[in-house]
Design a protein around this ligand. Structure first.
Ligand SMILES: C=CC1=C(C)c2cc3[nH]c(cc4nc(cc5[nH]c(cc1n2)c(C)c5CCC(=O)O)C(CCC(=O)O)=C4C)c(C)c3C=C
Ligand SMILES: [Fe+2]
Ligand SMILES: [Fe+2]
Length: 359
């Protein structure tokens, strides 16, 4: 039997009527596209903030912070923001005040949203985030859960897996979930480097570019972003996935081995990276008599500093200085319809069991 003081305590305990609860939004599925990130501007401080976040990521540069951070803070970040800032300035979308990577990611998101909303109505919500800089992954995960996304499909927009890209994007997504009181159910999307619809989109972009040329290039150089060779030796499958993309593209185009090749670009620091290096290989090709080449960049889902500036300016220059005559850069898939179809098919495949597929 309760004594009188415990009866009073029990009666004073607060009770919660349904009306006291925070409003619970209608449950939805969030589809969150993720790209690498880009500086907010090309001035020294914007560049420094961006490069600092990027190059402090141990998935990207895995040296001990005791050695790496003094080098980064005192030497690299006192010089690179100027040179990279000048490179970004040369490709900046001045009209919208943002980098091409941002403009293209927005255009891709808009198209994916249109397709997915047409198929699934307000059962889905589509948005994008960046691994570094803005809009942050954390802010978009918070916005999606606040809007009622009880399930989130997280889609790193890299065709190939690399620790330095897909894994770090996923890490940031998982970290963002730690801030959510009511954590949604989640899935992450696998790399799509060998999906027939992605290879088809690539092949169509090459065929379209070749159809507009007077003479067919001697060779197509598939230039992938590089990583240190050590990462491959330590188990990163990126190299093999890039080689497979080139092989599947060659088979789909019905070309001979001599008509297409794989190279790696954007070497950073003193370590040996995946080879052949694009900048050296294009010069070698020119010297070997291949005076007309085309270059594409299948590792990038959107054109960015590494394609518009590095390939189409630096690498082109290396080819021409070695005697090359005709250099054609074939843009990334960006918001091409065939690319959007491949991305939406990939999303539908990964939504199975959550929602009825509509592709
Ligand atoms: C320093 C090590 C780097 C590794 C490893 C790396 C891997 C890697 N990166 C991409 C895609 C992109 N990288 C981009 C820019 C960029 N990358 C590095 C360094 C490494 N990348 C730097 C320092 C920069 C900044 C620009 C510069 O200062 O040179 C971009 C473009 C971003 C933009 O705003 O346009 C993309 C995209 C992949 C796919 C990859 C490994 C597989
Ligand atoms: Fe990079
Ligand atoms: Fe390999």
């Amino acid at each position: 039997m309760l004594d009188s003081s415990s009866t009073v305590k029990a009666m004073a305990r607060p009770t919660h009527a349904a009306t006291d609860h925070p409003e619970v939004a209608k449950p939805k599925i969030g589809i969150l596209l993720a790209n690498l990130g880009t500086p907010d501007n090309y001035d020294y401080w914007s560049m420094r903030r961006y490069l600092n976040e990027f190059l402090s990521d141990r998935r990207v540069i895995d040296y001990s912070p005791w050695i790496w951070q003094p080098l980064l803070q005192l030497i690299i970040l006192s010089k690179r923001p100027f040179s990279s800032g000048a490179a970004y300035k040369s490709i900046w979308n001045e009209e919208d005040g943002e980098s091409p990577l941002m403009t293209i990611t927005k255009a891709q998101t808009k198209k994916v949203k249109e397709v997915m909303t047409k198929r699934h109505g307000d059962e889905v919500m589509v948005d994008f985030c960046m691994r570094y800089g803005n809009p942050s992954t954390r802010s978009k995960v918070a916005a999606m859960t606040a809007a009622g996304c009880r399930k989130i499909l997280f889609f790193p927009l890299y065709p190939h897996y690399a620790g330095a890209t897909s894994a770090t994007a996923n890490d940031e997504f998982f970290r963002s979930l730690t801030y959510e009181k009511w954590q949604p159910t989640t899935r992450t999307v696998d790399p799509y480097f060998d999906r027939p619809d992605y290879i088809e989109a690539l092949a169509q972009s090459i065929e379209k570019a070749y159809a507009g040329m007077v003479t067919k290039p001697d060779i197509l150089v598939c230039s992938y972003h590089g990583v240190p060779i050590r990462y491959l030796m330590e188990g990163d499958p990126y190299h093999c996935q890039c080689q497979k993309t080139t092989r599947l593209l060659k088979e789909r185009l019905g070309w001979a081995d001599t008509e297409i090749t794989t190279t790696f670009q954007s070497k950073f620091g003193p370590e040996e990276w995946l080879q052949p290096y694009t900048v050296e290989e294009v010069a070698r090709l020119a010297e070997a008599g291949k005076k007309n080449i085309a270059v594409c960049a299948p590792a990038f889902s959107a054109d960015c500093i590494e394609t518009l500036e590095e390939i189409n300016e630096e690498i082109k220059e290396s080819f021409e200085e070695a005697g090359g005559e005709q250099f054609t850069y074939i843009p990334c898939l960006n918001d091409d319809d065939a690319h959007i179809t491949a991305l939406c098919n990939t999303i539908e495949d990964n939504l199975k069991g959550w929602i009825e597929p509509q592709n």
